[in-house]
Design a protein around this ligand. Structure first.
Ligand code: 5GP
Length: 198
């Protein structure tokens, strides 16, 4: 007989992916944020998403808004770690001058990305600009970001699903799970079998 199986490591620290936010909880948060935005912007708002992580969240969110809501996207390069230096890869199609704008983010972590994008938007003199993020990893913040609308605050863990990826995988999960980064670095597809089993 072999030795008894070792106690599984704590989820998120070398174990299997740990369920963090269910589809129902996500949709409830999106509905709440949609109601808040509808109340705040009765005359319409431009939602600006940062590609690609914000796409599922923004798509669900905008369906809670009225006819005068519009959508645009920008893309930026990843920054070299902790430098805050990013580059605009795809600009908006819309002129935001004089508009009410809400920057829609999947997750605000260090805050460097949101700070850069907010700077770009403010330079163009919108009437107002606020941030709506699905996830707020507040404990990791390096630069303060004014987050007006927040879905969930999470701890210092790496998450995938509902737009968030690891090497382009897991974006299309309908829920958010906490994953072990070392496992994913060893094999980006390590969780595919578990997470996509129906
Ligand atoms: P920042 O550190 O600038 O606030 O976040 C930069 C970007 O890092 C986010 O937009 C997101 O793409 C990515 N990021 C931060 N934390 C996580 C995480 O836990 N999971 C995934 N998949 N991406 C993250």
């Amino acid at each position: 007989m072999g030795s008894p199986p070792a106690r599984p490591p704590a989820a998120g620290r070398g174990g299997p992916p740990r369920p963090l936010i269910s589809p129902a909880s996500l949709q409830a948060a999106v509905a709440r944020l949609g109601a808040e935005l509808s109340a705040a912007y009765p005359d319409g708002v431009l939602l600006v998403g940062v590609l690609k992580g914000s796409v599922p969240f923004l798509a669900d969110l905008v369906r809670h808004l009225g006819a005068s809501a519009s959508v645009d996207f920008l893309a930026i390069s990843a920054y070299a770690e902790n430098t805050g230096r990013v580059r605009l890869l795809k600009d908006l199609d819309t002129d935001v001058w004089g508009r009410d704008v809400v920057l829609v983010e999947d997750i605000v972590d260090t805050g460097l990305t949101a700070t850069y994008v907010l700077g770009e938007l403010r330079r163009r003199q919108p009437r107002s600009v606020e941030v709506c993020t699905l996830l707020d990893k507040a404990v990791r913040r390096l630069v303060p970001v004014p987050l007006r609308y927040v879905g969930f605050e999470i701890g210092d863990e790496f998450v995938v699903g509902y737009g968030m990826d690891f090497e382009e995988q897991y974006r299309n999960l309908d829920r958010i799970v906490a994953a072990d980064l070392n496992t994913l670095r060893g094999d980006a597809a390590a969780y595919v079998g578990t997470l996509y089993r129906s």
